[in-house]
Write a protein that binds this ligand. Sequence first.
Ligand SMILES: [Zn+2]
Length: 495
Amino acid sequence: MSDTANASSTETPAGGPPGALEAVIGLEIHVQLATRTKMFCGCELSFGEPPNTRTCPVCLGLPGSLPVANARAVHFGLMIGLALGSELAPRSIFHRKNYFYPDLPKGYQISQYDEPLCLGGSLGEVRIHRVHLEEDAAKLIHVGASGRIHGSDASIVDFNRGGTPLAEIVTEPDLRTPEQASEWLRLLRTTLRQLGVSDVNMEEGSLRCDANISLRPAGASELGVKTELKNMNSFRFIERGIRAEIARQEKLILGGGTVVQETLHFDPGSGAITSLRSKEEAHDYRYFPEPDLLPVRIEQAMIDAASADMTELPAARAERLRVEVGLSAESARLLAFRGELGDYFEAALAATADPAAPAQVLANWVTGELVSRLGEGEDPASSRVRPEAISALVGLVAEKHVSVGAGRQVLDRLVADGGDPEAIVAAEGLAAMDGGDELAGIVAAALEANADAATRVREGNPKAVGPIVGYVMRETKGRADGTEVSRLIHEQLGI
Ligand SMILES: [Zn+2]
């Protein structure tokens, strides 16, 4: 590899000038379905129960046991298909996917292969290839030296997770950047949460994502050799993992090498990408139809039942917030794609019958001021700020009973202690100052204390006003109205 190739690899933006490489990304998402029982047996799903307490002969793969497909899982699969606009296959079948691993007691996983439940569709700008149902594997826990058995490091297995219903959603390779991939995955997660088919918790593994990544000359239609990045469990890791893999392939290609088809692991701690297995070692799964299960036949009544359970989905909600509520496209998207924010905003919006401020102003306070004061990813509904409190606060600011600066202080107090904005304004003496003599006196003092700045403003440099306004806001504890302060400054400077 030459140094020049290295340099150009870091400076070539994806989708950039001719000769540049573009990334082609497809995702495979495993979603644990929130059914009561497992995919093929009556064991209840496990939520942290003691290991190996939610098992039976079916999910342990004991000889002679017979699986029965979970109707609720099929129902959820159909709802996902409807949400993605997929074609619901009138008939789909289960296959045995054979491989040996300690987390798979039967020696095969029951999955769907060439006749999946749903085909095609799209979400946002990304096309869906297919959606199929399968069962989850058990959980291997590597206990290492602490569990040494006969002198070897040990792994132990908990079969509670084995047999949990999964929907696997496979996209077409329509994504181009790591940011786009994680943004799209957020949209999918919100959609699935809204449907109520999964609790979509990435940290706990109920939503897991693999990414297929290849590079090709920008604008080319042929696909390059792809690698698969396995099992990423946070939006941040997905973005970082894909970015690292794109950089690795780019360096390889620009250095004259070739990408080898393989399955990779991204270590979020070190940022390193390691190979799990190459194509040569790839499993031959020897798929064959599961002889113990009947084909799944979808009847109109099942589709009607799935349709009846559909709720407003994020894409439709964004459109409604934009068109009917009058929000900007950006705010509408943000609130719709982060459903918990949207719910909170709509509760706040409904709290005031005749709001003094436009809905967009309320949206700005919720998505900007409030969210920035909460912990990352914290649901505002679980904060101390009740929706009616932020609605009242925005009203007070809109009617100029409190300045924007004082409104922010009230919000600080609401986040810390909860309560009622008007009571906080009264208790803290945060009501807006009227323009009168008191404010004029403070402005005069501010001009005197910042004589240099005052001169520069008078000479035509409006940006020099900063320290003067800062002085006034400090003296008035932010209660002064910014417009009025600006007017007084200009009046007293005679400009
Ligand atoms: Zn079972």
